[in-house]
Design a protein around this ligand. Structure first.
Ligand SMILES: [Zn+2]
Length: 380
């Protein structure tokens, strides 16, 4: 496949009038002049912007499907919907739930990773692994997670999940019993750890980062905020340059001015745009469920019956536009925050999230209004 690009996002810069040559699902070459092989498909994107496909590392569901459904169909539905919104890779995210339900969701993703239909489907985003959100989190910062299922971290429970090979990321609260040991265990296996749904003090959060946690889940939301005498979890996230900060860019969970503050603190190499989208995404307003809880979506905002925000109905293409509007960042920086930075946060930045030789051929083509024209996953 050859793509003729009007504008092409390459790392820090935007190049004009480049050709990208794709072979065997990988980016093979980028140059002004490349002779297309005789059997190549040529895609004319000379009117458009070509950038790395979006990567969503924190997303629960869409179109009535949820990672907790633990069915291949749910993952198919999500993967197709996300591809239509420019996503080429995503990490289905579990909810705090009884052990057997989380285990079923993890096993479902593990099978999907080895199932060619899901993993290599031509019209679907690729699944990059599973993100376990909870259950080792703090009821004081429950957000839309169910407090009754929150519990101490038990190696007898989480070790089989970790050893399945499917887990890319886990969100935990470091002040919960057993979590500091979990962080060590995760790090041994190359699983990324995010702090979230946490009331950790600054000192507790710093200790967790020193032990190997590398990021914050939906920064600002469901975490102890910054006080100038007790900087809290948020203070530790902002002060620690190495830490990645996930951000829900729907203009609802976080005010655009706070999004701009986070961008100033973290920069494009550490701010990872996420959707935290739930099953109502793509279905408009109405009544839905989140785990066993009822959720009403009104004007795109999902809330539990107690008024708490219950995940978003955000898509990555909208998040891409929102982060530019909120921060005034460049297209190249917004692209990094939606692709390479989240890829790095889960340890796949060496093959995902960039348009460069040797990288997976995952790209999105946007029009002048930054709307998705076409998504290319693994060269398909
Ligand atoms: Zn959450």
């Amino acid at each position: 496949m050859v793509i003729d690009c009007g504008r092409l996002v390459l790392d820090e810069r935007i190049e004009r009038e480049k050709r990208v040559l794709i072979e065997d699902g990988e980016i093979y070459a980028i140059a002004t002049h490349i002779d297309a092989p005789a059997d190549a498909t040529v895609i004319d994107a000379r009117e458009y912007l070509v950038l790395p496909g979006f990567i969503d590392i924190h997303v629960h569901g869409a179109m009535g499907a949820d990672a907790m459904d633990a069915t291949p169909e749910a993952l198919h539905t999500m993967a197709r919907f996300f591809a239509a919104h420019g996503v080429t890779g995503f990490v289905p995210t579990t909810m705090t739930a009884p052990r057997d339900q989380v285990a079923a969701a993890v096993e479902n993703v593990r099978r999907a990773l080895t199932d060619a239909l899901v993993a290599q489907g031509p019209v679907a985003a690729h699944i990059l692994g599973v993100h376990i959100e909870g259950p080792y989190i703090n009821p004081r910062q429950r957000g839309a997670q169910q407090a009754e299922f929150m519990r101490p971290a038990d190696p007898g429970e989480y070790c089989p999940w970790f050893e399945s090979g499917a887990v890319k990321l886990i969100t935990v609260a470091p002040e919960v019993d057993g979590v500091m040991r979990l962080i060590e265990d995760a790090r041994q296996l190359g699983i990324a750890v995010a702090l979230g749904h946490t009331d950790a003090t600054y000192a507790q959060a710093q200790a967790a980062f020193a032990a190997g946690a590398n990021q914050a889940t939906h920064t600002f939301n469901a975490m102890r905020g910054l006080h100038h005498r007790e900087p809290g979890t948020l203070g530790a996230v902002l002060a620690n340059d190495a830490v990645y900060a996930q951000l829900i860019c729907d203009n609802v969970h976080v005010h655009p001015a706070a999004m701009a503050v986070l961008y100033k603190c973290k920069g494009a190499d550490r701010l990872a745009v996420i959707t935290d989208a739930m099953e109502a995404t793509g279905l408009g307003d109405g009544d839905f469920t989140l785990g066993a809880q009822r959720v009403a979506v009104c004007q795109g905002v999902a809330r539990l019956t107690d008024g708490a925000l219950a995940g978003s109905t955000l898509t990555m293409d909208a998040a891409f536009r929102n982060i530019i509007a909120a921060t005034g960042c460049t297209l190249a920086e917004a692209s990094r925050m939606c692709s390479h930075t989240p890829a790095c946060a889960i340890g796949v930045g060496d093959r995902k999230g960039k348009i460069a030789p040797g990288y997976d051929a995952d790209l999105v083509i946007l029009d002048q209004d930054l709307r998705v024209v076409r998504t290319i996953v693994g060269g398909q």
